[in-house]
Design a protein around this ligand. Structure first.
Ligand code: SF4
Length: 471
């Protein structure tokens, strides 16, 4: 692998405000405004619209040269006014972009000035989330936004100490709307449909049904009253273990809510762990429905084993998703030779190595994080995998190497259906495993067809094999 540390070439990550947008999209009746140049919100709208195939509106304070020199306060206030006028949201998330951070605009101060000047009362909540984009990634932007949302809604003393006996579920990484729906199904069947508060909830907002009616702000998302009620819950589970889930820590330290962090339930082992934890919280046995689903997954693993066993695979993407996919690959006898997290996270490498040691201690795997596609490209060529599993951005590498890419994670902008990709739970594991196995079978088919098409391999009856091949 060549050493290049002078610059980043094609980052595997997206910038922090992107994560903030994804988190706010999971909140009921909310809109996002980016304080910075117009191109930032256009880039994010486009990226999200291509992945989720939904219209995605994001406001912008449209900073220009004047704002960059004299400060963007005026633009931000105008932008907020316009957003309220056109969308009338109850919650507005305001994140900074590179430009706003570089000129040092203090969005908290500007927002409180705006609230005072415009007499914005309790009926509208504006949440600042500083997201300097030249550091960290969309993953940290997501975590910061979720933390800011929880803090904003729970800071009032009103309604505190009315114990609700609910379970908080707080994501630390973006998952698909289909996975969100699957998680809700699992929660409804374990702790009960009225006994949990899930944040954020993009099951409807990023995958809305076509009704024929234009919705400026998509219906759905975590209810504001539920977020405010999170401080009264019995326990919190943070979904994702590679990063610090700041909202979970905040709820634990401020309101003494017992907390634990669990991996995303991708693959057999991690789904077992999540179901065991939820059943434990609910004080029930694992529901029969899931015992049957687990059995079907094992059956599917047996069916696929002879095809996937030993396949050398490189997995890349967001850390918790990659960790889950690594676990699934190992459980199915695959050979993960390269595992790459797009962003740096405190515990990714540790948990990835732990999982490798548990399942396949002799597996020679390279674990990287916080690399760009240039470095990733070198690493893939060195590892020489037979398959890539990750987002659309790896397709050029896959194409050049002549190996298949199983699309997984974010962003998937060159195929439809990313919002419906199911990878969580036993159902999700079956879905992903079928996809991987069928991809391998398709490649084998193509190889066989190419071989059969070779003249040497076709020997008409009665002809001399040797002479035919020689001719
Ligand atoms: S990296 Fe900076 S300039 Fe580029 S889209 Fe993100 S915030 Fe805007």
């Amino acid at each position: 692998m060549s050493e290049r540390n002078y610059t980043t070439v094609n980052p595997c990550i997206m910038c922090q405000p992107m994560g903030s947008v994804m988190a706010f999209k999971g909140i009921e009746n909310s809109m996002m405004l980016l304080h910075g140049s117009q191109g930032c919100s256009t880039y994010m709208r486009l990226h999200l619209a291509h992945h989720f195939r939904e219209p995605v509106d994001i406001g912008s304070s449209s900073l220009s040269e004047k704002g960059a020199v004299y400060g963007g306060s005026e633009n931000l206030k105008k932008g907020l006014k316009n957003l309220i006028l056109r969308y009338n949201p109850k919650v507005i998330g305001v994140s900074t972009t590179c430009l706003a951070e570089t000129i040092g605009d203090d969005i908290k101060r500007i927002i409180s000035e705006f609230q005072e000047e415009e007499n914005i009362g309790d009926e509208r909540i504006i949440i600042p989330v500083p997201t300097p984009s030249y550091e960290e990634s969309h993953n940290s932007g997501y975590i910061k936004a979720v933390e800011s949302i929880v803090k904003e809604f729970t800071m009032s003393d009103e309604g505190h100490e009315i114990f609700n006996n609910k379970l908080n579920i707080v994501f630390s990484e973006n998952i698909s709307p289909e996975d969100t729906r699957e998680m809700k199904r699992i929660l409804a069947n374990t702790v009960g449909s009225n006994s949990y508060i899930m944040l954020p909830d993009i099951s409807e907002t990023f995958d809305a049904p076509m009704t024929g009616e234009m919705q400026k702000i998509p219906v759905g998302g975590t209810k504001h009253s539920d977020i405010a009620d999170m401080k009264n819950s019995a326990a919190t589970i943070g979904m994702g273990i590679t990063n610090d889930n700041r909202a979970v820590d905040y709820l634990e330290h401020t309101f003494d809510i017992p907390a634990q962090n669990l991996p995303l339930p991708i693959g057999l082992e991690y789904t077992d762990r999540v179901l065991a934890a939820l059943s434990n919280v609910a004080g029930i046995d694992i529901p029969e429905e899931y015992q049957k689903e687990r059995g079907r997954l094992i059956d599917a693993m047996v069916d696929s084993h002879k095809y996937v066993y030993g396949t050398k695979v490189a997995i890349y993407g967001d850390p918790n998703n990659v960790l889950g996919m690594l676990s699934l690959a190992l459980e199915n006898g695959m050979h993960p030779i390269l595992v790459v997290a797009s962003s740096k996270s405190p515990r990714f490498a540790e948990y990835a190595m732990e999982r490798v040691k548990q399942v396949k201690p002799d597996c020679d795997v390279a674990i990287l994080e916080d690399v760009d596609f240039d470095t990733f490209n070198d690493a893939v060529r060195k590892a020489d995998p037979e398959m890539l599993i990750g987002n659309s951005n790896g397709k050029y590498i896959a194409k050049e190497m002549g190996i298949p890419l199983v699309r997984f994670g974010f962003p998937i902008h060159d195929r439809v259906g990313a919002q419906r990709i199911l990878s969580l739970g036993y159902h999700g594991a079956m879905n992903v495993l079928d996809k991987i196995t069928n991809t391998i079978l398709e490649v084998e088919d193509a190889h066989l067809e190419a071989k059969w098409a070779e003249a040497e391999s076709y020997v008409p009856l009665g002809e001399d094999t040797f002479h035919f091949a020689e001719a």
